[in-house]
Write a protein that binds this ligand. Sequence first.
Ligand code: HDD
Length: 750
Amino acid sequence: RKPVEVVKEAAESAATKLTGAGTPVVPGSPGSGTPALEEPTEPREPLPPRPEQGTPETRTPTGAVTGCPASAFGQQGAFLTTANGARLRDSDHSLKAGPRGPILLQDHHFREKITHFDHERIPERVVHARGTGAHGVFTAYGTGAAICRAGFLKKGRETPVFVRFSTVLGSRGSADTVRDTRGFATKFYTDEGTFDLVGNNIPVFFIQDAIKFPDIIHAGKPHPDREIPQAQSAHDTFWDFVSLHTEAQHHTIWNMSDRGIPRSYRTMEGFGVHTFRLVNDAGETVLVKFHWKPKLGVHSLTWEEAQLISGVDPDFHRRDLYDAIEAGAFPEWELGLQVFPDNPEETFAGIDLLDPTKIVPEELAEVQPVGRLVLNRTPTNFFAETEQVAFHLGNLPPGIDVTNDPLLQGRLFSYVDTQLTRLAGPNFTQIPINAPHAPVNDMLRDGFHQHAVHAGVAPYRPNSLDGGNPFEAGDAENAFVDVPVRVAEAPKIRANPASFDDHFSQARLFWQSMSAVEKEHIVAAYTFELGKCYEQVIKERQLRCLAQIDPVLCEQVAVGLGLPVPAPASELADVTASPALSQLGAEWPADGRIVGIVAGPGADLVAVTAVREAALGAGLMPLVIGPHGGQLGDLAVQRTFDTARSVEFDALLLADAPGPAPGAVAARDAKAGTTAPTAIDPRVLRLIDEAWRHAKPIGAWDGGTTAVRQAGIADTPGVVSAGGGADAFTAVRELLAGHRVWHRFLTSIA
Ligand code: HDD
């Protein structure tokens, strides 16, 4: 017979088996011969709702107001419904022409489910795509009220906030710990309108004019032909741009410093970068720069840690923020202002306040605290909140105004414009995370995704049909103040002020303000990044830029690259170091720091429990590291020798010197051709070795002192062998105040 007939016959017999007398046989049903699954997938009568489960709430917002209550969008009630609210009997099988037949076009539930899924993604942000957010509260000290009329700065006023932290260059799924600038964007939901402070963890920017923004971002993003490297500035196009547009050199040296690899979002400073203008109740104005100062101090990873973490835990910063909030170690910052007189030149101490590549050293204008930010709640839904949040520099309450900084001016356009594509239309302020907490009474109408049901017939003014509403507000009704700054009579021109031509003096100021160990890191970072470039001409051009910053920096990087040292600069700026720029040399609270406690079978578990409790009591986050998961006696194990890597911890405590797992010894001995016993588990040795190399405090007692001896690090700086767990913990906590044990490598860090 022809093969086709065989196939047809088999198909007919299968159909008979499946359908019997034309009735589909449902697997698991009586007589089907297949066992019923524990989780039924077949239609059945729904269970009666539990008392606390109401019927599904309508998704239509109640009331003709802007914004929808977030609660209206949750998965609620016992029964699955369509988007239209009809209860569904089956969401696991499509409607088919027989069990083996094609899907019917009429399956409206299938089409709705798949269509919605197909459109679940929105375009990621063109920059700052990778990020994470948290809710919190800002409490004003009242110290800013004399210079700013904004109500949220009045003494004791509490304002809800949402903060989104981000990297700049990487895609949405890229690693957290890459070398990059970090975004620090804060939405203050004030009752006079939303205030967005859209800053970075670096106080200056690459470019002076917003018209160059596409250029620097094209240069920093992966190469357009093969789309590599991801989330990196270590490539030719980035260094090509910054060596040609030398205004970028100041921002770039910050990126090459430890600021480019923060330990945590909790240990980052934030900067509004631009100069803003504040106006008080009397109409007086001042110029200011915004600063966020972290309670825990400014701390960074080491470059090796950052690289290891990218593989071990690419979500390191995201996880750190969530874990800290959930552990109750709420991240905190103080908002501070540098205040300058609003003079017509818009300069302070000779520094052009409109140039976003310049700082004003804190020694010249002190940062004065005006309030405290505490992040105390993680988002309920990442997409709804963190992904859909839309910041905009034009979101300003009465009392805060912009300046003519050409970067700031351009940003005022870009942030709304980008949301039109990203959030698909002009009504994104109605999305719950973007909805103002101040009453909204605008005359914006219609458009994609309009959620409000506006009443009235006259969305224009003046009108005589809607009672004349709305009216314009004046000073008495707290209207927004556009400060009537005089605009100089000048020709229309594409040019910068002459002061914008100084591209190197503040990069030199930064370099000169660093401690020895920070300088070492900067040299290593330039050497790494330029070493990844292919084009010699680009490396040489960047070396010539470094010669303009500092001859030692330039020479050390040139040696690392194996290239000739360029001729020294004919003149170097005479700068006074700003100690406030260095991250080292002070002491900070250790709250929320993560301490790993190694405990093997030989550990005194009573002592380990006591140390763990002491650490919790001191606001630290202890994690017990054991040979296996589950329990060690009564003690829960959070990490095992397999899952723990030293990069997770700020400090290590060792209560034991666990021997190797038998299998591991056998494998190693077979490889090495020796039967000599290894005294200590190699995974624990690696933990100790890395923690030591990354200058972390290490404390040991009991068997732990044997472990540090075997690792060859006993009696080195920052390694404490104590008589008991309490002493080891106390010593480590004290060392943590300085973040790391830099003296392990250098006798002097100054
Ligand atoms: Fe920007 C996002 C910070 C210059 C255009 N920017 C964005 C975010 C931060 C910053 C933190 C992420 C916001 C979020 O979490 O949603 N940007 C800065 C800082 C700058 C800066 C501190 C200089 C001082 N940016 C800048 C310029 C332009 C843009 C000059 C364009 C002319 N930025 C954007 C953008 C983004 C953005 C394309 C992408 C997603 C978004 O706005 O909402 O519009």
